[in-house]
Ligand binder design. Structure first.
Ligand SMILES: [Cu+2]
Length: 425
């Protein structure tokens, strides 16, 4: 027993020192763009982003990404590589856009905040991405900035959406509370990847429907907003514990364990190239992720001091602080859950660990002003299994999908039974 603890300590020491060595050789970014929640953009930012997106549609980059995603679909999903592959897709798209405006960035959509009634999200209003497709016009959208676009991949066509609930609704997604639980309870990279891929990743694609359920889903800008958000969650998990930062495990599509030196499909990079934001070509970060202490100490671009320059960003979140008052209200409610529920779903609360990256309970600044005061809170909706076609398209093991969805349903049922009132409802 004693020996195995020593062994584990020695091993983790080796891993940490390897990480430290890898870092010292990494070129640091001198400039970062800070990705924000789409509802937190100001007018000028959203206008700038839309005009760059228009140019990326005209210059063929839009179709190019849809092609890369399609060609690498089978190796880029259902395996460890999901997160680094999509990080590279979104980042290279962002770099392409920065040729038109150096301040361009891909916003994220914290879709979990809309989990109870996704179709009611402000993101689907005409000012943002527009709403459902029109069933009388072959499911083409008639609102939003892409409404008149002719998408080129694979054939010229309109952007189609087909919400998956009755009467223009979308079936429930997964709550911010559950996303926080996934971050806290995923003890390895690949467990985190699978828990995210089999729950909210699929639910958002399926909920929006049509284009978003195909391999050419990057045709819908919702793809970028959604994958920017999943990438944000990964960066949160990476910064929740020092040993998570460079953690990469799981299986290759061809069999055998993955390595940081594996190539990224569709791009000339390897996995290690995309692991750390703020280094190499990954010159962006998220407004609500607190980088680990040693990253802040090592890389001036995070502390905002010296030579580091942060574009469009106000202050990044500081360690030891919950994002705002509302999220501390949620946390207090979670603390009053039964011990075995906390033990199973919120081990950080049991341990008194307040690293803000262990929680994903933020509220959009604008939404807070507009709506939250009116919300009463209430019991959460139970998520559903994805349809068989989705499972087959990704070659998922149906039992693993069932166990991921069942766990999330048990979470909802336990919290509801204990009188938990979700403020996102
Ligand atoms: Cu994908």
């Amino acid at each position: 027993m004693k020996i195995s603890i020593l062994k584990a300590l020695a091993l983790s020491y080796c891993l940490l020192s390897e990480v430290a060595i890898a870092q010292s050789n990494d070129p640091m970014c001198t400039r970062l763009v800070v990705r924000k929640e789409i509802r937190d953009l100001n007018r000028d930012e959203w206008n700038m982003i839309r005009s760059v997106l228009q140019k990326l549609q005209e210059d063929g980059n839009w179709a190019k990404v849809a092609r890369i995603h399609t060609e690498n679909f089978a190796v880029g999903h259902n395996f460890a590589i999901l997160m680094p592959f999509h990080r590279e897709i979104v980042r290279q798209f962002e770099i392409a856009g920065q040729k038109y405006d150096p301040n361009f960035f891909v916003p994220y959509w914290d879709a979990a905040r809309d989990f109870q009634n996704p179709a009611g999200s402000a993101v689907f209003t005409p000012d943002f991405i527009g709403g459902n497709g029109d069933p009388n016009r072959d499911s083409c959208i008639s609102t939003g900035f892409q409404r008149d676009w002719v998408l080129q991949f694979t054939q010229p066509h309109c952007l189609r959406r087909a919400f998956n609930g009755p009467n223009n609704t979308i079936k429930p997604w997964y709550s911010p509370e559950y996303m926080s639980s996934i971050i806290q309870t995923s003890s390895s990279y690949d467990k985190f990847r699978e828990a995210v891929e089999l729950t909210i990743h699929g639910a958002v694609h399926l909920g929006i429907g049509a284009e978003m359920t195909t391999m050419q889903s990057p045709n819908d800008f919702a793809f970028y907003l959604h994958h920017s958000n999943l990438d944000r969650m990964w960066w949160k998990w990476q910064n929740a514990r020092p040993e998570n930062l460079m953690a990469y495990d799981g299986q290759k599509p061809t069999g055998g364990p993955v390595s940081l030196n594996d190539p990224n499909p569709g791009y000339p990079s390897t996995i290690v190239d995309v692991m750390k934001l703020g280094y190499r070509q990954m010159c962006y970060t998220y407004d609500d992720v607190v980088p680990l202490d040693f990253l802040v100490n090592q890389n001036p671009v995070f502390s905002g001091s010296g030579s580091g320059q942060r574009v469009n960003g106000g202050a990044l979140m500081k360690a030891g602080k919950l994002p705002n008052f509302r999220s501390s209200v949620v946390t207090n409610q979670l603390r009053s859950l039964k011990n075995n529920t906390i033990e199973r779903f919120f081990p950080a609360l049991r341990n008194g660990d307040t690293n803000p990256n262990l929680f994903d309970l933020n509220f959009s600044k604008n939404e807070k002003k507009q709506k939250l005061r009116k919300r009463q809170g209430g019991p959460m909706a139970v998520p559903e299994m994805p349809p068989d076609e989705w499972i087959e398209m990704h070659k998922y093991d149906k039992n693993r999908v069932r166990s991921a969805v069942t766990r999330a349903a048990e979470f909802v049922n336990q919290l509801n039974a204990q009188g938990y009132n979700s403020p996102y409802v």
